[in-house]
Design a protein around this ligand. Structure first.
Ligand code: SAM
Length: 449
């Protein structure tokens, strides 16, 4: 505490001017102060000349926030959202959406160069879709704060853990955003409104679902209020009194199974509201088709899909190849994937449970797929990448590997191993506009032997 006070004392809050030279991977503008120190400036764009105030001073860099744009970038636009700047959900709304993806592409290429010492032989055209109202998954914070007018619901604030009161979110599906005022009022009317920390939202092709986390039991009147909310808004409401296993439906008591379809592949994917599904439905349709196209799947190919979740890539792949195997580290998702295999009457796909981060994977713990050969491999790991699996890739003998990534730094690391150690060529790579207005970068890379 004493140290923090001392640091605060040292922070000179005098406004300064700076020329912004580039963009950091978190969306901040980057320039150099008069003393040569690197400065990361919120809400400043490359090419701009801004006035900023320092907000945090570190030994080798400084954080600041823009108070005036003296020379604006030609790509600067008016943010659409009323809480842009305060809400931590989006950081790039002040940058033309068609240019955002160019910066993400630049970030990807920089990562390839700096971390993996690799470059793709060719760039794929960025994959783009709707820039607004695209988000079908969200975890919203909730808190009862009488000083701020009662119940607040929204994303976390930028740079703090407080919740930003939000009445309308421009990136969520509009039909979900429209529910915010009623959701807020209904939660506020419950007897334990100060014990509701979170609401999770999922949108399926056939329903909207809300999971309400509560730290104290609801009384009957609360359950009636929430049931009425569900009925008048035609949403499914689930309650979560404890850990993930405690999630159960309130209304309807026996809800319809949630699903999304891939019309192009005649595939239906069912999922539970707690399951991982890709955030952006339109982009997901394009991404799955593109990944399968890039793999150039032939009917006789043996295909391996690693980190397969509920079968998002695996099931469409099974329409193109006679033999597909999906592997996933969350048993609940494996169970759902097996259910989806049956739902789609697919006899040519198998799913296995396996922790793909383990150093000592073997066929007794993971299944005999580990010792088999595959012609094509698809990987879609979490942000931490697939270092352990990448080490073993040569054992499968695949001629093509497609890697879908939500972490450009780990993709670059793994690409370096694929190219510089395993002798694959990185023939294509590109960015995917999965999360417009945020700093998240989704990308795809193709490796060939
Ligand atoms: C980015 S998601 C992709 C899921 C799926 N491919 C899709 O498109 O819906 C990453 C997946 O990796 C799984 N995962 C995370 N850690 C894992 C591990 N150690 N071993 C295997 N799978 C893991 C997650 O459960 C999740 O399903």
């Amino acid at each position: 505490m004493a140290r923090r006070r001392r640091n605060r004392k040292q922070l000179d809050l005098t406004p300064r001017e700076i020329k912004i030279e580039s963009m950091a991977h978190d969306g901040r503008g980057v320039g150099r102060g008069e003393d040569g120190k690197v400065v990361f400036v919120d809400f400043a764009l490359p090419g701009e000349h801004v006035r900023y105030v320092p907000v945090m001073n570190r030994k080798s860099y400084l954080f600041g926030t823009t108070i005036e744009v003296l020379e604006a970038s030609e790509h600067r636009i008016e943010p659409k959202c009323a809480v842009f700047g305060d809400c931590g959900g989006c950081v790039l709304q002040h940058l033309d959406e068609t240019v955002q993806i160019q910066y993400k592409q630049q970030a990807l290429l920089e990562n390839f160069k700096k971390i993996g010492d690799v470059q793709p032989q060719a760039l794929l055209e960025p994959m783009t879709g709707d820039h607004w109202g695209y988000r079908r998954r969200a975890r919203l914070g909730a808190k009862f704060v009488p000083k701020k007018g009662g119940m607040i619901v929204g994303f976390r604030e930028r740079n703090t853990s407080y919740i930003q009161p939000t009445d309308k979110c421009e990136v969520l599906y509009p039909e979900v955003s429209a529910l915010f005022p009623d959701l807020r009022t209904t939660l506020e009317q419950t007897s334990c409104n100060d014990k509701i920390p979170q609401v999770e939202i999922s949108v399926a092709d056939n329903a909207i679902v809300m999971i309400i986390r509560h730290l104290e039991a609801f009384v009957q009147n609360d359950l009636d209020l929430l049931t009425d909310f569900a009925k008048r808004n035609h949403v499914q409401v689930f309650l979560q009194p404890g850990n993930l296993k405690s999630v159960h439906p309130l209304y309807p008591v026996e809800p319809d199974a949630l699903y999304y379809d891939f019309p192009e592949f005649d595939i239906r994917v069912e999922f539970l509201p707690t399951d991982f599904i890709q955030v952006n439905s339109g982009i997901n349709q394009q991404l799955v088709a593109k990944a399968i196209d890039l793999l150039d799947v032939q009917i006789e190919d043996r295909v391996l899909d690693l980190f397969c979740g509920v079968g998002n890539f695996t099931l469409p792949l099974a329409r193109k190849s006679n033999h597909v195997i999906g592997v996933e580290g969350d048993q609940a998702l494996v169970n759902r994937a097996i259910h989806n295999k049956q739902l789609n009457k697919l006899g040519n796909v198998d799913f296995h449970f396996g922790d793909l981060f383990k150093e000592d994977m073997n066929s007794s713990s993971h299944g005999d797929w580990l010792e088999q050969k595959f012609d094509k491999i698809l990987l879609d790991p979490p942000r931490s990448g697939a270092a352990e699996m990448i080490k073993r890739i040569p054992e499968f003998g695949a001629s093509k590997v497609v890697y879908v990534s939500c972490g450009p730094a780990t993709l670059a690391r793994d690409a370096g191993v694929m190219v510089n150690q395993h002798g694959y060529r990185m023939t294509y790579a590109g960015v995917i506009d999965m999360f417009p207005h945020t700093a998240h970068v989704e990308s795809i890379a193709v490796f060939e032997k």
